[in-house]
Design a binder for this molecule. Structure first.
Ligand code: PEP
Length: 252
């Protein structure tokens, strides 16, 4: 649907030092006037430098997590306000690696999302089932629970993006089938409409994530209710990420 601007997001995870900004320079040159939003979420150490490079240009920047308070005695943590101050306009929350490595719950994600939105950021909330949950035919139940718990009531199409990332497809080279992606994306849209109203539900962008690369991006972008992708490994090099961005042209 045209009113949802497509979004292609790169999650650099714990990868990247200063010299990797050259990849961003290459992307800026290759995509000076995209019809969609291009977002890169580097490690926090690169955020300010990347944001000054991309300011007023065609790439947006974001954080990979934030604290649920804006400031205070929380050694090692970063707040939404700090991300915004460093130039970020988005933050990824509830990525399955944070849920697994740091025991983040839906409640944690919800309170972080409220803090991030209060700081003026848009949130990319990640949901997704494990392989065991899919094999037990619990996928939709798990997704419904994660959405209900993680997405705050104040979410709107302007401040919320939901990324469907089956845990078994992240960094594994295994991609969900187009049928699996379509089923879950249609379900997420329906859940959001039911809970937040048709206006919010229909205007929220839904991304697929899980081993997206140049070779499979176009067909994934053709699935109903897929408004773009959250890309991990293939976002690290401009040569890999650029063809994924171009695949959106074909789908737009
Ligand atoms: C991710 O980490 O959000 C992700 C989708 O990773 P990858 O593309 O490497 O599977």
């Amino acid at each position: 649907m045209d009113f949802r601007k497509k979004l292609i997001a790169g999650n650099w995870k714990m990868n990247g030092t200063g010299e990797m900004l050259d990849e961003v320079r290459e992307l800026l040159d290759a995509h000076p006037k995209p019809k969609y939003d291009i977002l890169i979420c580097p490690p926090a150490t690169l955020l300010a430098a990347m944001s000054s490079l991309t300011a007023e240009r065609s790439i947006l920047t974001g954080g990979q997590d934030c604290h649920h308070e804006q400031a205070g005695a929380h050694t090692g943590d970063i707040s939404g306000q700090m991300l915004a101050d460093a130039g970020a306009s988005f933050v990824i929350l509830g990525h399955s690696e944070r849920r697994a490595d740091h025991g983040e719950t839906d409640d944690n994600v919800n309170v972080k999302a409220r803090a991030a939105i209060a700081a003026g950021l848009k949130v990319v909330i990640c949901v997704g089932e494990t392989l065991a949950e899919r094999e037990a035919a619990n996928t939709l139940e798990i997704i419904a629970g994660q959405l209900a718990g993680s997405v705050p009531d104040l979410a709107t199409g302007a401040n919320l993006v939901v990324a469907y990332e089956p845990v078994w497809a992240i960094g594994t080279g295994k991609v969900a089938t187009l049928e699996q992606i379509g089923e879950v994306h249609d379900f997420i849209r329906m859940q959001l409409e039911k809970r937040l109203g048709a206006g919010v539900g229909r205007s929220t962008r839904l991304l697929y994530g899980g081993s997206v690369k140049a070779g499979n991006a176009a067909e994934i972008f053709g699935v109903s209710n897929v408004d773009g992708a959250l890309v991990g490994g293939a976002s690290l090099k401009a040569a890999d990420f650029s063809p994924i961005i171009n695949a959106l042209d074909a789908a737009s």
